[in-house]
Design a binder for this molecule. Structure first.
Ligand SMILES: NC(=O)C1=CN([C@@H]2O[C@H](COP(=O)(O)OP(=O)(O)OC[C@H]3O[C@@H](n4cnc5c(N)ncnc54)[C@H](O)[C@@H]3O)[C@@H](O)[C@H]2O)C=CC1
Ligand SMILES: O=C(O)CCC(=O)C(=O)O
Length: 313
């Protein structure tokens, strides 16, 4: 029987479906040292972002050779050493489409939060304050949204921003995407100079941040920065300096270099609207992710049956 480790949780209905099919499911999060021991007994590993599947885990799995498939319930594969896993004969899959709408909605929520001080109002009203005068905001209608990375989430965000009356401009390393009308392509420098709000929707691939000191300096004075992609794509120190220096009016963050982010200076900053990496945390996205994971497992299972190696399960 296929033995599956669900390390970072999975939607209940999907777990039940797999159990009904008589796969053996273990739902448990292991710290790295423990995971190195336990992983040897599993055929499939399902993770979200909390479990880091680095070389040491893959090497440990290869001692028995049982692990054949790693599934990332989500988009970003930065927590998995994908090339190394594939080189060692382990397939890696993700669920790329399931959460785009949820992340885009969170971006719009953060943007309105920043523009209207909703995050600050929530805190200060609970402290008994009535800061009506201090919280005169701005409309987002008529403002320019600059999207860095015009993939699935970037485009979903663009649609929503356009419907709210924003001018949408974008940049992408792939260049201009001619099939998307109504959104203007610019190079990065032009976009930074024109946008009132800048939002990032790029993968984290290691190395230098996409938005660092130099890029912030090129942004409009009083602009806002939103990062619902990955912590590493923004230089957090440079962002903090820019907020303190009033170069930027505010920032919204769902992701952080170090997660869980507790007591971090950015989260405690009054110009920051923050959420704890909840871009994909909606019932709908998790349901779709669960369904996709079940499909991937069934495809794999059917493939094995077709290849005549089902007896090894
Ligand atoms: N906050 C959250 O809970 C979630 C965050 N994410 C993050 O969002 C990222 C984007 O997701 P998708 O839109 O689905 O990916 P995607 O692959 O559809 O789009 C990414 C786009 O960014 C472009 N790109 C890559 N590097 C770039 C750079 N340096 N400058 C400009 N463009 C660049 C690519 O050409 C591509 O068009 C994921 O990699 C993941 O890290 C995804 C889901 C949930
Ligand atoms: O559920 C998660 O792990 C967060 C979602 C995410 O960041 C992703 O899908 O890339």
């Amino acid at each position: 029987m296929l033995k599956i480790l669900v390390a970072d949780g999975m939607e209940k209905a999907a777990v039940e479906k797999l159990k009904e099919m008589e796969f053996e499911i273990v739902e448990k999060h292991y710290e790295p040292e423990e995971l190195m021991k336990e992983i040897k007994e599993f055929d499939i590993l399902v993770v979200r972002s909390a479990t880091k599947v680095k070389k040491s885990i893959i090497d440990a799995a290869c001692e028995t050779g049982r692990l054949k498939l790693i599934i990332r319930g989500g988009v970003g594969l930065d927590n998995i050493d994908v090339d190394y896993a594939r080189a060692r004969g382990i397939m890696v899959r993700n669920t790329p489409n399931a959460s785009s709408a949820s992340v885009a909605e969170l971006v719009i929520g953060h943007m309105i939060n920043l523009a209207r001080y909703i995050h600050n109002s929530n805190i200060t009203m609970r402290q008994g304050q009535w800061n009506k005068k201090a919280y005169e905001g701005v409309e987002i209608c008529g403002k320019t949204l600059g999207i860095i990375g015009f993939g699935r989430i970037g485009r979903e965000t663009a649609k929503r921003a356009k419907a709210l009356g924003m001018n949408v401009i974008y940049t992408d390393i792939a260049g201009e995407l001619k099939e998307y009308h109504g959104y203007r392509y610019m190079d990065m420098d032009e976009l930074l100079a024109c946008a009132d709000f800048v939002t990032l929707h790029v993968p984290y691939t290691g190395g230098k941040a996409v938005i660092g000191r130099e890029e912030i300096a090129k942004m409009k004075d009083g602009a806002y920065l939103i990062n619902c992609a990955r912590g590493g794509v923004v230089d957090e120190e440079a962002l903090l300096e820019a907020l303190d220096a009033d170069k930027l009016a505010g920032a919204a963050l769902d992701v952080y270099v170090k997660e869980p982010a507790k007591d971090c200076p950015l989260c405690n900053h009054e110009k920051v609207s923050c959420t704890p990496h909840i871009g994909a945390s909606t019932m709908e996205a998790q349901e779709r992710i669960g369904e996709e994971i079940v499909e991937i497992i069934l495809d794999y299972y059917d493939g094995r049956k077709l290849n005549g190696c089902i007896e090894s399960f």
